[in-house]
Ligand binder design. Structure first.
Ligand code: PMP
Length: 354
């Protein structure tokens, strides 16, 4: 660190994203990307828009917003597009957390929440998950701060029902509740419809997982018009052109090619169920996932051993060196072939370590 780095960031540990190794080709199941390429229509629109790169994009992204509103059943005034959903979450920390309004989230959840709190210098309170790694909704009633819930949660994959999410929103009338639906398309129940009923709700979603656009960086926030206007104030104060022309074009293609999106989500959910059953057969415990990953624990080997043995054999998964997580590995659901290969490798490791 240089001697010039502001003291206000003393002790800031950045978010550690999953490895993006360049040394060899892995079966890459560590960052919850889609195993499928983007919709060919999305790729075509992005390519066609590249010739206009010399011009700034429309900072309101009117065409993208219009198509999203038609496809997703919300008004244009109730949507904001962002540079990945990470940016939407960051905007929510900026807009709705301060000294008197801490961020409130589970102790085991998306690792970026505490980092957003720290860089924005707002306090936060972490609420422990129950012993079975589920969220007790009652813990979030009158939370006394801005609530952030990933649904399905990460890295557990466990989802709350929409009725449970609604209870949390209804029991926090004086605070904003942010529901992070990065993984909702793989089997969760979305809370987007509830923005019509609740003025304290923000739902964030991403194109990175179910719509195969992780590299394009596109996310969205849904909320009532007043909240979207707050978030726009933040966006226009930080980065008005937060989504590139090519990404906006890809987003339009991805939204219009609904069949491709639905097919891929269905395939991944099916592969997840098959893979889970096979892992259980091999003796693993697997938390019940509604996401495009599973969180699994081997009774005989630590999470770190499973992670490093898999890596040595060319399969990359995610391991978290933290209490209550270190026995597990998080495995992204890839294609059927990738998961079959992964199971073969796991069986090999188990045989060797017997
Ligand atoms: N929320 C959760 C729970 C995530 O796991 C991720 C992906 N790392 C994100 C949000 C952000 O994804 P993106 O910025 O790619 O939309």
């Amino acid at each position: 660190m240089s001697g010039f780095f502001s003291k206000k960031y003393d002790g800031l540990a950045p978010y550690s994203a999953g490895e993006q190794p360049q040394d060899k080709k892995y079966i890459k199941l560590n960052t919850n990307e889609s195993p499928f390429p983007p919709s060919p229509f999305a790729t075509r629109l992005a390519r066609e828009s590249a010739g206009d790169m010399f011009l700034y994009p429309d900072p309101e992204y009117a065409t993208l917003v219009k198509i999203a509103s038609q496809k997703l059943g919300v008004n244009s005034s109730e949507i904001l597009f962002t540079n990945g959903s990470d940016e939407a979450l960051d905007f929510a920390f900026i807009a709705y957390c301060d000294e008197r309004t801490p961020a409130v989230f589970p102790d085991i959840t998306y690792g970026f929440y505490p980092v957003f709190a720290k860089i924005n210098r707002v306090p936060f309170r972490e609420i422990p998950l129950k012993d079975d790694y589920t969220i007790d909704v009652k813990d979030y009633f009158n939370a006394g701060g801005t609530v952030f819930i990933a649904n399905p949660n990460a890295p557990t994959g466990i989802a709350l029902k929409r009725s449970e999410i609604e209870e949390i929103i209804a029991k926090n009338p004086k605070n904003i509740v942010v529901i992070d639906e990065a993984y909702v398309d793989f089997g969760g129940e979305s809370a987007v419809g509830l923005i019509k009923k609740y003025k304290n709700l923000i739902v964030t979603q991403t194109f990175s997982k179910s719509r195969s656009l992780a590299g394009a960086r596109l996310g969205m926030a849904f909320a009532c018009k007043e909240i979207i206007n707050d978030l726009k104030t933040v966006k226009f104060s930080k980065n008005p052109y937060n989504v590139s022309r090519m990404t906006a074009a890809a987003g339009i293609g991805a939204l219009l090619d609904e069949e491709y999106f639905k097919d891929n989500c269905k395939k991944i959910a099916q592969t997840r169920e098959n893979f889970t059953a096979e892992l259980v057969e091999l003796g693993f415990s697997v938390l019940p996932s509604k996401a495009n990953f599973v969180f699994a624990k081997c009774p005989k080997l630590s999470g770190e051993t499973v992670y490093s043995e898999l890596k040595n054999r060319g399969v990359l998964v995610r391991y978290f060196d933290k209490p209550r997580l270190k026995e597990f590995v998080r495995i992204t659901i890839g294609s059927d072939e990738q998961m079959e290969k992964t199971l073969e490798v796991i069986s090999e490791i188990l045989k060797e370590k017997k």
